[in-house]
Unconditional design. Sequence first.
Length: 417
Amino acid sequence: MKTELIQKAYEVAKERYAAIGIDTDAALEKLQKISLSLHCWQADDVVGFEPKAGSLTGGIQATGNYPGRARNIDELRQDVLKAASLIPGKHRLNLHEIYGDFGDKFVDRNEVEPCHFQSWIDWAKANDMKLDFNSTSFSHPKSGDLSLSNPNPEIRNFWIEHTKRCRAVAEAMGVAQNDPCIMNVWVHDGSKDLTVNRMYYRELLKDSLDQIFATEYKNMKDCIESKVFGIGLESYTVGSNDFYIGYGASRGKMVTLDTGHFHPTESIADKISSLLLYTPEVMLHVSRPVRWDSDHVTIINDETLELCKEITRCDALDKVHIGLDYFDASINRIGAYVVGSRATQKCMLQALLEPIATLREYEAAGKGFERLALLEECKSLPWTAVWDMFCLKNDVPVGEEFIADVQKYEQEVTSKR
Ligand code: RNT
Ligand code: ZN
């Protein structure tokens, strides 16, 4: 798109927003500071780089067979950089333990060390990217249905050791990047059929977590992620929402809200303010559940918009971390990163452009019609012109122009795999 046209449209939008008391330049500055944590697993359908990588287990599934998935560390790095080059702003990369640089060597999960992520740390530094991290309980012979809540001490200790070591890896990343690395603990533990031991498994999970978190670190932050159910684990989830809210609130740990991990009509946006009153920060996994936790690519929809608005309405830009978590193997994977990231940013921008002071005045004065009318009008204010300006400023393709870039990369790179 022509630069002048974008600038012209931006000037008009700026004036229009000024009329409702909103400074678009300030909104752009705030958006610039928001780093998304890009999930590395969209590039390769959650396979990772363990030399003997088997099938994906743990109740999650990447469906689709689109050609060109990243098959090794170099391809994944190349894909992530390509995606990042089409997303305005500076973003983080969220790694899972199974994405370590293991070479041909088999390093079992209870043997992982910071050295297996040294090349990632160097790569991230060279590319001015910060890292986040995840322990990996799935896709392993010892995964079964229960990991950290397994009654068999040998298996439970194996996963405790794994998760402890992952925290040490996260700490090393945090030290190297001089910024805390956020480490997410999500375990798939649950039961396909009825269980008569709900309490027992939760006691075990609680004890495992206490052991894992016993070491205090300064350069990493822990977060814990709940779920409703996994595939093949439909009847019971040990790490339910209630479990982790209780755990997080009592231990001062961040809770991760994955937008696909709740009952379909539950509002995830509504949970932010409650959590922030009891836990220091919040981690988000922004996804798009379609009827279930399907991990579709994030788009601009009411749920994502409301989620972003809650962050700004709670004045919590510095307390809510935005990670993405979807894995769609049915479309171009780099395109999936770009669409989902840009959609999330567009929702954040609309949230930053909300005339919250006026809306709150209306609300305080009991002016319900006025509040509703302004909320509705905001939906059709020219935020898209502000978005285009954001892309222009960040030197990334404006509007649909990135489609051609993704196609070119597909032609030249991913289609040849
Ligand atoms: C699974 C959780 C979890 C995973 C990643 C791969 O339901 O959402 O966050 O998607 O850790
Ligand atoms: Zn998640």
